[in-house]
Each structure stands twice: as structure tokens, then as C-alpha cells.
Design a protein around this ligand. Structure first.
Ligand SMILES: O=C(O)C(=O)C[C@]1(C(=O)O)C=C[C@@H](O)C=C1
Length: 363
């Protein structure tokens, strides 16, 4: 510690100077992004402005350079917003997400694209797919798996009928709160609204604290929050965004049974994303219905030492007892090792579709 008395005025003066520098630098950066847009358009009039691999590299570099006192995630979040604003200067991005407003999927969309993206709620997962397919929005955000509850089947099934590609992933820590309105009689809560997945994620807590309250499943956490506004004896289980949207307060915080409860979301679009240096690939494979099929499918991954991060089975819908496998693994399809595996899998499978190679979620 220094002996010099802390001079508040001097510190504020220094902060003003630094803010001036930051302002100038951000403006210079934004002007650079505008020039990048001109270069992209000159190269290709149909140019794609959003570049997931570059964004991942920018954020990873910032996190590696950061020396505090702000922690690296916090710093990356600030840069996430700067980049979001720069991209909006190049081209305002429209993103459809599984709504309604206030859902965790909206939170995931904003976490991934930043606040400058225009986000539009859809009523169902297949509507998100359709909206992107129709070109009404640039990208879509859909949940794909939860660490407690497992896979979101609707999302996997939607990929089977669609030519949509995966351009990115984002993982969100899911914190559930028990929310009440100003008018709620907190000692008289006899009904709790939530999405079935959230009930499942908070089961033990509810059994311990509200064993007699009626649990009413609704289509989303945001809908649960909306209902609470009108009933004095009800509460909702939902997250921060829904609480903010409907002006609810937390009667109990972070009531999920598992502290590491998180959900993975996919960014869908029509873009093949180049390598970022730390990537994942998702494929869907239909195997012939014969003994050892799964072993045949997985053997090349093992031989080439490729890390599988997820394997799901779904009925193929083209014949009874036929299954398809959704596989996620580390690596990018342009890496020779991955290309070799994909070639081998193609020879063994009835059908293979590469859903996309994309950067591993940074934030
Ligand atoms: O590098 C680019 O291609 C840019 O358009 C610049 C920039 C950025 O602000 O850094 C903006 C949007 C892209 O998604 C990626 C990066």
C-alpha cells in the first residue's frame, strides 16, 4: 500500500481521460469493421458478415491476454458487446429463438450474439428452423441438451428434415429461482408454475420446501412468470430474464438440484464455418440394421483418436426399428484426421449428413 492519500478528484480525472481513450479506440475499431464490410462486399456481393470463427478467435485472444483485475469472462463479455455493435454497423443481424420473450433460449441468443442483434421469439423449435430456412432471419437459436435432463428431442428431429447447418454453440449456466409478484401472499403459495424440464431440475428442492403446492406445467418459464402476475397464491420457477420481464422478485434463489446445471444451445444457419482453432463437428448417421453396426460406426473415431463429446440415438422415422445416431466430436471437418474419419464412416453407413463444424462455445 502506498502512503499517499487517495485523491478522489485525481482518480476521477484519470478515469475521464481513460474513458476518452477507450471511446476513441472503440470508434476506431468500429470504423475498421466498416472497412471490413466494404472489403467483404467487394469480394462477394452476397457476402456473409457474421464470422463465428473470427469472433471465437477474438474472444479467446482477449481472455488469454487479460491480466485482471476484471476476470477473463467479464472482459470477454465486454468485448462480445463491442463486436456485436461493430457487426450491427456492417449488417444488423436478425436471430430467431425459441420464445416467448424471457426464456433461457433468449438469454443464450443474447449471450452469443450480444445485445445489438435483433432477437425474435418463435412459438416452437420447428418454427425457428422454418424462419431461418425462409430467410426471414439470419440465424436461429435452439436448445439441444441439458446437463440434468438430457437431450431436446425436438431439436434433433428437426435436423432430420432440414438442410440447416450448425454454425455455433453456446452453453448457459441455468439458475432457477422461485419468483413471486408484489401481490403474492408469500406464506400462502399453493400453486407453482413452470416448464416440465425446470420442475425436473428443481424436484428435490420443491419436495423439501413446497411438498404440498400444486405443480402446474406450462409451455415455458416465461409463461409461468406471466401467470404469476395475476394470481395472489401462485409462484413461478424461472430465470432472471423472465423475472425482469415481468417484474417479479426472488423468494428463493438458485433452487436447481445440481449446481452445475447447464443447457447447450445450437446456432443454426446456412453457413459453413472455417476452422477457429478449437472446433467441434456434429453429424447424423443412419446405419444399416445389422449386428455390430454401432461398433463399426465408432471404431474409426477410436482408431484416429477423435474425442466423442456426445452420442444420441433417435428413431429414423423411415422404418420400424431403424435408428439414426447424432454424434458430436472434437475437431473440424477440414482437418485431415477428421476428413479421413468422415470418409470411413461414409463407407460404413447407409447415410451421413455433416450438420456442421463450428467453434467450441467461448463464453
Ligand atoms: O473480422 C471480420 O470479419 C469482421 O467483420 C469484424 C468483426 C469484429 O468486430 O471483430 C465483426 C463481425 C464478425 O462477426 C467478426 C469480427
Amino acid at each position: 500500500m502506498t502512503d499517499t492519500p487517495i485523491d478522489l478528484e485525481a482518480l476521477r480525472q484519470r478515469i475521464d481521460e481513460l474513458d476518452g481513450d477507450i471511446l476513441r479506440l472503440i470508434s476506431e475499431r468500429a470504423a475498421c469493421a466498416q472497412r471490413v464490410a466494404q472489403v467483404k462486399t467487394a469480394e462477394d456481393p452476397q457476402a456473409v458478415f457474421y464470422r463465428p470463427e473470427r469472433e471465437a478467435q477474438v474472444l479467446r485472444r482477449i481472455m488469454a491476454l487479460n491480466q485482471g483485475p476484471l476476470d477473463s469472462e467479464e472482459m470477454a463479455r465486454l468485448f462480445r458487446e463491442i463486436m456485436s455493435a461493430c457487426l450491427a454497423l456492417e449488417q444488423p443481424i436478425k436471430v430467431a429463438y425459441l420464445g416467448p420473450e424471457g426464456t433461457f433460449t433468449q438469454q443464450a441468443a443474447l449471450k452469443h450474439f450480444g445485445e445489438s442483434a435483433q432477437s425474435m421469439p418463435m412459438a416452437a423449435i420447428d418454427e425457428v428452423f422454418r424462419e431461418v430456412e425462409a430467410g426471414a432471419v439470419n440465424y436461429g437459436v435452439v436448445p439441444v441438451e441439458n446437463s440434468t435432463e438430457g437431450v431436446v428431442n425436438h431439436t434433433l428431429d428437426s435436423f432430420m428434415d432440414s438442410s440447416m447447418r450448425i454454425c455455433g454453440e453456446v452453453v448457459l449456466r441455468i439458475h432457477h429461482h422461485l419468483l413471486v409478484a408484489e401481490t403474492t401472499r408469500q406464506d400462502k403459495v399453493s400453486r407453482i408454475y413452470s416448464h416440465p424440464q425446470s420442475f425436473a431440475q428443481c424436484r428435490k428442492w420443491l419436495d423439501a420446501h413446497f411438498p404440498h403446492a400444486e405443480r402446474v406445467p406450462v409451455s415455458s418459464n416465461a409463461e409461468a412468470a406471466r401467470l404469476v402476475k395475476t394470481e395472489w397464491h401462485s409462484a413461478a420457477i424461472a430465470g432472471d430474464m423472465a423475472a425482469k420481464l415481468y417484474g417479479l422478485t426472488r423468494l428463493a434463489e438458485k433452487i436447481e438440484d445440481r449446481p452445475d446445471n447447464s443447457t447447450r444451445f445450437l446456432i443454426i444457419g446456412y453457413q459453413d464455418v472455417p476452422m477457429s482453432g478449437e472446433d467441434k463437428t456434429s453429424i447424423v448417421v443412419a446405419m444399416r440394421n445389422q449386428p455390430g453396426a454401432l461398433h463399426d460406426l465408432l471404431e474409426p473415431f477410436h482408431r484416429h483418436q477423435i474425442d466423442l463429446t456426445r452420442l444420441e440415438t433417435r428413431p429414423s422415422r423411415t422404418g420400424v426399428w431403424n435408428y439414426v445416431f447424432f454424434i458430436d466430436f472434437k475437431g473440424h471437418r477440414d482437418e485431415p484426421r477428421v476428413a479421413a474419419v468422415l470418409e470411413e464412416v461414409q463407407l460404413r453407413a447407409a447415410e451421413v449428413k455433416v450438420l456442421g463444424s463450428y467453434p467450441v462455445g467461448v463464453l
